[in-house]
Ligand binder design. Structure first.
Ligand code: GAF
Length: 385
């Protein structure tokens, strides 16, 4: 990675930041409703190598993108950069807006997070640049600084990249702990690590990327968010966090009612999932996964044929539970699978995809990993499934 930087720019990188992708155990589309969610950081990560420039120019290149981007640090802002580079350039802008003295920089990106798989490659890109830049500016990544970086990465994503997302992905990439899922409460942005070791019970978390592309800048995500805001307005509450189910069932508009029902029941499922994990009741966690998937398929309408195929097939082949994960409209599913059924579940899903005429899926093991930080080298050998 440092060699890639040198061959792109002809000089050495000063620092390399590493930030993980994530998979959400449960709690979907709850973050922008001041609700609860329970993601974990993946071992798959994005790496950003940086060096300061004295002329105010910004150059951004990536091993995963054909086109590099170049501009001026003074000209950064909404509309100044589009596409993949906006997530990196947006962080420079947002940290400047937060009062940091951000110089021109050369940036080289490399990643092992599958792109477009609903595993937060965008947030990993933002957070890798943010931790590297923090180091370049001589700041310690204290918990307070990390929370400021979360806020800057969220501004980069919503205001520069134009994806109206809710903050789960940046929060877990910046604040996760190895060996634990992160319970995030978006009412007050507090977090709590929930130790997670399904392997102690002979189980694994399997992520299946349907390879159906998913883009949060498309209208489906934003329209769900608008429906949630409309429901909260009609109920007279600040957010759906404060809505009760009986009131939701009285909403007049059928679509808005179903959207709100998903959010209110999903927040409760997060609570019950945390209790199940803490009691090592994996069957109960599996039931929560399945109820969450049905809610997203029927009420929130963000699943698709490929995601439904993974969930149904995984359960038929022995998974304790499964659900789509992330923003929806494609991306990945997560299954809780007995270790001795892992191969059988992967094979069954692969076979079902062939039978249905879908593109072959990709599988990876989700092991709860550490948050973003600076690293000595660069990306390790590609992670394999
Ligand atoms: C995407 C968004 F980026 C998150 O903020 C969250 O809303 C998620 O979809 C759905 O839970 O990952």
């Amino acid at each position: 990675m440092r060699a890639d930087f040198r061959s792109a720019y002809g000089h050495a990188a000063t620092v390399v930041g590493r930030a993980p992708g994530r998979v959400n155990l449960i709690g979907e589309h709850t973050d922008y409703n001041a609700g609860l969610c329970l993601p974990l950081a993946l071992p798959h990560a994005t790496y950003a190598a940086l060096a300061r420039r004295d002329d105010g120019r910004v150059r951004i290149a990536s091993r995963q993108a054909a086109e590099p981007w170049e501009g001026s640090v003074d000209a950064l802002g909404a509309g100044s950069v589009s596409g993949w580079a906006s997530y990196a350039a947006g962080v420079l802008w947002a940290l400047r807006e937060a009062g940091q003295d951000v110089p021109g920089v050369d940036v080289f990106i490399d990643s092992t997070v599958p792109l477009g798989a609903g595993l937060s490659s965008s947030a990993a890109l933002e957070c890798s640049v943010a931790v590297a830049l923090t180091d370049l500016l001589g700041l310690d990544p204290t918990p307070r600084v990390r929370r400021e970086l979360v806020a800057a990465c969220m501004r980069a994503e919503t205001e520069v990249a134009g994806a109206p997302t809710g903050g789960m992905d940046q929060t877990v990439s910046m604040l996760a702990e190895a060996g634990a899922a992160l319970l995030i409460d978006f009412e007050d942005h507090s977090t709590r690590a929930v130790p997670l070791a399904p392997e102690d019970a002979g189980l694994a978390l399997l992520v299946t990327d349907t390879r159906v592309s998913h883009a949060l800048v498309d209208g489906g995500y934003a329209s769900r968010r608008q429906d949630c805001e409309a429901a909260a307005d009609q109920l007279g509450v600040a957010s759906l966090r404060h809505a009760d189910l009986a009131a939701v069932e009285g909403l007049g508009d059928e679509r808005v009612r179903r959207r709100a029902r998903h959010v209110v029941t999903e927040i409760q499922r997060v609570r019950e999932s945390v209790a199940a994990i803490e009691a090592a009741d994996w069957q109960e966690l599996g039931r929560q996964f399945l109820a969450s998937h049905v809610s997203m398929r029927e009420d929130f309408e963000i699943s698709c044929a490929e995601l439904d195929t993974v969930v149904q097939t995984a359960v038929e082949a022995g998974a304790v539970g499964a659900r789509m994960t992330g923003g929806g409209f494609g991306g990945s599913a997560i299954s809780l699978v007995p270790l001795d059924r892992l191969d059988a579940v992967m094979r069954a899903v692969d076979t079902a995809f062939v039978a249905a005429g879908h593109r072959p899926p990709a599988h990876l093991r989700a092991e709860p990993s550490a948050a973003a930080d600076v690293v000595a080298g660069g990306r390790p050998d590609p992670d394999t499934t």
